[in-house]
Design a protein around this ligand. Structure first.
Ligand code: DX5
Ligand code: ZN
Length: 224
């Protein structure tokens, strides 16, 4: 899989989301939208109505990261609304297989996210049910946190499991990804990179996306 960059609008200006999305259009592969409900994480952002409006204003595929207490109830709605990728948290889902299948049935890519303290090994059997695994490199809830290096060995183990199974599962990292840390993530096997502060905190977000992409491409080990 080629390197893909997914800027997180969590670090953008929420009063001008259409403009902020336009700043990375044609440069970013995805637009990462963090849905937080103040239950699964101690922060509150936006929900389905805002995602529906955003989908009307941008041509960039939307990558919804659901940090919510009840993804089984809500995830299919995001897929039906037109999000091209919907990721649920393993720690929150009570019926992960059913929900992942419902996301796919609604036409979206299905993602499964793991918090820093969640082991990847327990989810090996779910690989055929997912299109992307998200390995969190911060505790979810806030942008601008420091990258957790302790997650890198797990990221490498996730890559090994995915390669062993031979499917087309993408491996995403989210949290503290920047020009300082992206190469470590690529070396460990990530191929989809979420960046909030590193993109929307930059003077030129489009240029920041290109710089991150170049760094990740250079650091990606050859695979065959
Ligand atoms: C955090 C969110 C991230 C956040 C990343 O819980 O899932 O997507 O926006 O922001 P940075 O890149 O600033 O750490
Ligand atoms: Zn996120």
């Amino acid at each position: 899989m080629a390197v893909q960059i997914s800027p997180s609008i969590l670090s953008a200006d929420f009063a001008r989301l259409a403009d902020e999305a336009a700043r990375v259009e044609n440069v970013a592969d995805w637009l990462h939208v963090d849905v937080m409900d103040y239950h699964f994480v101690p922060n509150l952002t936006l929900g389905l109505p805002v995602v529906e409006s955003l989908l009307k204003t941008t041509a960039t595929p939307v990558d919804c990261h659901l940090m919510i207490h009840d993804p089984d109830r809500w995830a299919p709605d995001y897929a039906e609304a037109g999000a091209a990728s919907v990721t649920i948290h393993a720690e929150a889902a009570k019926a992960a297989v059913r929900t992942l299948r419902a996301i796919r049935a609604a036409g979206a890519r299905a993602g499964l996210a793991l918090n820093p303290a969640t082991a990847v090994e327990g989810y090996e059997d779910l690989l055929p049910e997912i299109d992307m695994m998200l390995v969190m490199t911060v505790e979810p809830g806030f942008g601008g946190q420091r990258f957790l290096d302790i997650v890198l060995p797990k990221l490498a183990r996730a890559r090994a499991l995915i390669d062993k199974h031979g499917g087309e599962v993408w491996l995403q990292v989210d949290g503290g990804v920047s020009a300082e840390t992206i190469e470590r993530c690529a070396e460990a096997g990530a191929d989809v990179f979420v960046a909030g502060n590193a993109v929307y905190g930059a003077d030129d977000p489009a240029r920041a996306v290109q710089e991150l992409r170049t760094l990740a491409e250079r650091a990606t080990p050859p695979r065959w």
